[in-house]
Design a protein around this ligand. Structure first.
Ligand code: NCD
Length: 324
């Protein structure tokens, strides 16, 4: 499909629940649309009328900085009317169920619900009784599709195409929705994925993850040896039922990404992290602020990706004419 043809294709989905369900062409459409939207954030007046009249509710049942801010900015830059709540300030604290909260929000005629929730599958549950579109901003240990899309946009900008590229995802694979969405997205686009982390943080069937499976490598130096990019996961202390590694310092020594570890990687290998970073645990200070890091460009791309997702979900066509 040529670029011109592709950008005129309408996104047919009502919801974005995860990358597992998307086809490679749909992922490309979102990334191309995001690329077009990037420029809006560089204008003096960072606003287009694309979602005028559309109401978005952001429901955050779990803490978030980057994701919540970037969805809110994306909505404002598209001229949507948006409202947000987080668990600590809403009636959820008074014991209201997810279903009741959502139905109330819908009674106020909301078009799109962006939600982060601690339970895997919460979004699917919502779609069963809501008319609004549902966009997953992270569900438990399941998926975090917009994070993977912004990671992929960052890679695509660097590489031009995904063909023949290799990405190593390092850390707490088992508890990571970021890893799961990246694995689905990258394998669908033909990227070779390697997973690396402590055995206690690796799912038993890890090699079967994604489309066509992935490589699992426990030796960190071997895992980065051919990587075009490494994606470093946060150690999710809040998701571990038991202590899965002895100490933070020990983790840095065994699976942390330091300059010394990266000496085993190709010179052009870039370093990604979804944030928030535990500096000195999964990533050293020097690497986090070093030349290979694309961690802040990832954040910039997050706004463009979320603009693209909201725009396409709302039924927009990804043509430059409509974006302008
Ligand atoms: C991630 C998340 O919440 O899943 N962060 C994010 O969205 N930027 C990763 C994490 O919490 O470690």
């Amino acid at each position: 499909m040529s670029n011109r043809e592709r950008i005129d294709v309408r996104f047919k989905r009502k919801h974005l629940l995860g990358l597992e369900e998307l086809k490679a062409e749909e992922i490309s459409l979102i990334l191309d649309t995001a690329e077009n939207f990037k420029e809006v954030s560089e204008r003096a007046i960072k606003k287009v009328p694309a979602l005028r009249g559309i109401t978005v509710a952001n429901l955050f049942y779990e803490p978030s900085t980057r994701t919540k801010l970037s969805f809110e900015l994306a909505e404002k830059r598209l001229s949507a009317d948006s409202v947000s709540f987080s668990k600590s300030t809403s009636s959820v604290k008074k014991g209201e169920s997810l279903r009741d909260t959502a139905e109330n929000i819908e009674a106020m005629k909301v078009d799109i619900v962006v939600m982060r929730h601690g339970s895997s599958g919460a979004h699917k549950f919502l779609t069963e009784f809501l008319d609004a579109s549902v966009v997953n901003a992270g569900d438990g240990q399941h998926e975090h599709p917009t994070q993977a899309l912004l990671d992929m946009l960052t890679l695509k900008q660097r590489w031009g195409s995904f063909e023949g590229k290799k990405v190593t995802i390092i850390g707490d694979i088992k508890h990571s929705r970021v890893a799961r969405s990246n694995i689905w997205g990258l394998t669908k686009m033909g990227v070779e994925v390697t997973l690396c982390g402590p055995p206690t943080m690796m799912p038993v069937d890890a090699h079967r993850m994604g489309e066509g499976g992935v490589r699992v490598e426990y030796d960190l130096r071997k895992a980065v040896a051919e990587a075009d990019a490494v994606n470093i996961l946060r150690i999710q202390l809040e998701r571990q039922e038991s202590k899965l590694f002895p100490s933070r310092r020990e983790y840095l020594g065994m699976f942390g990404i330091t300059e010394e570890v990266l000496r085993n990687a190709p010179g052009e290998c870039i370093v990604m992290h979804p944030g928030p970073m535990n500096r000195g645990v999964e990533i050293s200070q020097e690497v986090a602020d070093g030349e290979r890091a694309v961690i802040l460009p990832q954040v910039t791309n997050g706004v463009a990706v979320r603009m693209a997702v909201l725009f396409l979900i709302a039924g927009g066509k990804s043509s430059e004419a409509e974006i302008n």
